[in-house]
Design a protein around this ligand. Structure first.
Ligand SMILES: [Zn+2]
Length: 256
């Protein structure tokens, strides 16, 4: 019985809307995003349960909320991570830097940018090389650096961050701490709408524990997270989105 699995509590409240979640499905820990390219890791034999909120559609793997940073480093973000996410080192951060430059390069003198979850800092380094005021910050692994000491920013990017966080509330609190009164947050995560539905198995390639994809957002769940904090939410497409309190003047060309 899944409900008796020691790391799968019978009752898990949705961290977005507090409605009770239901167990949606179980997958092997080694399910990876590379399965989309027909590359399959050997099964680990370790079951990972994903729960779905019946209110807002948010999906999470509750087991990871109790993992320590050491466990994440040992089992997910380890020396073999690159095999199941080969683009994370430089290809994707450089492409994202180019995306940001194309959007707002003309206004870079007005922008104080933070790349949240920036890993080794490749994106920020690329922007700084083009005259931007850009800082990289990664909440993982935890450091002595207090988030409030970073200051505030009017453009925050968070690429490939949301689906990795074990604590959505902490993520939103951190972003709130970092946002100036006029700030746009641009973030990427694939929406689960149309990919995760009741009474269907969890076959979506993006729902992959081995990649650390442990929080999966529906459009509704992101709308709610924004509303709860008095923010506006919008999507550029199914994978790239924005949050803002008040839109900086240089960002208003994106609106509408
Ligand atoms: Zn919910």
């Amino acid at each position: 019985m899944p409900t008796q699995h020691q790391s799968t509590p019978a009752s898990v409240a949705c961290p977005v809307c507090a409605v009770a979640t239901v167990i949606h499905d179980v997958v092997d820990f080694n399910k990876s995003c590379e399965e989309a390219r027909q590359h399959f890791l050997p099964l680990s034999g370790r079951p990972i349960y994903y729960h779905r909120c019946t209110g807002c559609g948010f999906v999470l793997a509750p087991e990871f909320s109790s993992w320590s940073e050491q466990e994440f480093q040992q089992h997910i973000y380890n020396e073999r991570y690159i095999e199941i996410d080969p683009d994370y080192v430089s290809r994707r951060p450089l492409a994202n830097a180019e995306f940001v430059r194309q959007l707002f390069g003309d206004s870079r003198q007005l922008i104080r940018h933070l790349d949240y979850g920036g890993g080794a800092g490749v994106l920020s380094e690329a922007l700084r090389g083009q005259g931007w005021d850009s800082t990289s910050y990664d909440p993982f692994p935890r450091s002595e650096q207090k988030i409030a000491a970073l200051g505030k920013f009017n453009l925050i990017t968070a690429f490939e961050v949301f689906e990795h966080v074990p604590d959505v509330t902490e993520l939103m609190n951190n972003l709130g701490t970092l946002m100036e009164n006029e700030c746009m947050v641009i973030f990427s995560t694939l929406l689960s709408d149309g990919h995760i539905q009741p009474n269907t198995r969890l076959t979506w390639w993006y729902a992959s524990p081995r990649n650390g994809h442990i929080s999966l957002f529906s459009n509704r769940s992101l709308v709610l997270l924004a509303e709860q904090r008095g923010l506006q939410f919008g999507s550029f497409n199914g994978g790239t989105h924005c949050l803002f309190n008040r839109l900086p003047a240089w960002a208003q060309k994106l609106h509408g």
